[in-house]
Design a protein around this ligand. Structure first.
Ligand code: FAD
Length: 285
């Protein structure tokens, strides 16, 4: 048990906008279960080029109203004009939103038109220029290096640009190798970056989805884990129990470091998040 650390390790959970009445109901029950863990905030993802702008805002508002937990929309700039971004920020400001996850985003393959802001650092600078300190800004960080980066040092330099532009804290891409996180945090500190770097945690619950996401975002699944996951086949129960063990062990290593917080990529599901947080002594702090 981590009595001392648990007082300091914040929790947050990420959702995606639900697209059917069943998915809306599922998210409502997930939110109410996760609210019991006293998270610092929830966040809701955003489609590139503003494709889910209204859905993201609607979801943020309904989660916030239902749970009274601070809820942050993600906002990506790729494929959007400055006018679009300004309009989105204005709707968030009018709706009383005070926290944002500011991203570049990814254009769907086959589409063109990068938009007027090319990188997340430019989005952060734009938000600070237009809105001052109105929003608490989270940005993305990549302990295993962003897949399109020229190299680890270049990626770190660009991460620092986001921080210098005014980011308040960062959430990492998920990872299963804690040393990647420790080394990244050390490099940040050597580069003079002193914002909290929250560890992004993807509970392992499904082999096919995990493999697909990880191939897309460049997160490495250790070979031993992949092989074990493959072996479970259709035995979902054993796979999920294994996933909870692996995710708990990862978080325990991180808490010993210690880590400022965990941001769970919940996939709109509560069960694995709750199991891991209970194992860590973080449930119902
Ligand atoms: P940036 O920080 O702009 O970096 C992108 C790449 O450009 C990196 O390789 C970087 O090294 C390079 N770079 C940065 N600045 C420069 C420069 N000046 N010159 C040259 N190269 C540069 N995607 C979504 O579409 N919707 C979401 O809701 C979403 N939520 C996310 C939440 C988290 C916590 C994380 C970690 C990722 C999320 N993503 C989301 C994915 C993210 O949009 C992609 O990883 C995207 O490819 C990069 O976004 P970024 O904000 O990290 O970009």
């Amino acid at each position: 048990m981590h009595e001392t650390e648990s007082a300091q390790t914040s929790l947050s959970f990420e959702f995606f906008p639900p697209r059917s009445p069943e998915a809306v109901a599922k998210l409502a029950s997930t939110c109410s279960e996760l609210t019991a863990l006293k998270p610092e905030f929830f966040s809701v993802t955003y489609g590139a080029g503003g494709s889910t702008r209204d859905l993201t805002l609607d979801t943020v508002l309904s989660v916030k109203t239902q749970t009274r937990v601070d809820t942050a929309p993600h906002l990506s700039c790729v494929g959007s004009s400055l006018d679009d971004i300004r309009a989105t920020l204005e709707s968030y400001s009018v709706a009383g939103i005070t926290r944002l996850v500011a991203l570049r985003g990814d254009m769907p393959s086959g589409t063109t038109g990068l938009g007027e802001l090319r990188f997340a650092s430019e989005l952060v600078a734009f938000i600070r220029r237009e809105y001052g300190a109105r929003f608490h800004l989270e940005v993305a960080a990549y302990p295993e290096v962003h897949p399109q980066a020229a190299g680890a040092q270049a990626d770190l330099d660009h991460f620092k640009e986001k921080v210098d532009a005014g980011a308040d804290s960062a959430i990492t891409q998920y990872f299963y190798n804690p040393d990647a996180y420790f080394r990244f945090v050390d490099s940040c500190s050597a580069a003079g970056i002193d914002i909290p770097i929250i560890a992004g945690i993807m509970p392992v619950t499904n082999y096919t989805n995990l493999k697909r996401f990880s191939d897309m975002c460049g997160a490495e699944i250790p070979r031993w884990m992949l092989k074990r996951l493959q072996d479970f086949g259709d035995d979902r129960e054993s796979l999920q129990a294994f996933g909870i063990d692996v995710t708990t062990a990862l978080c325990e290593r991180l808490m010993d470091a210690p880590v400022p917080g965990f941001h769970f990529y919940s996939m709109n599901q509560s069960q694995a998040c709750i199991a891991v947080c209970s194992n860590l002594g973080l449930a119902g702090k």
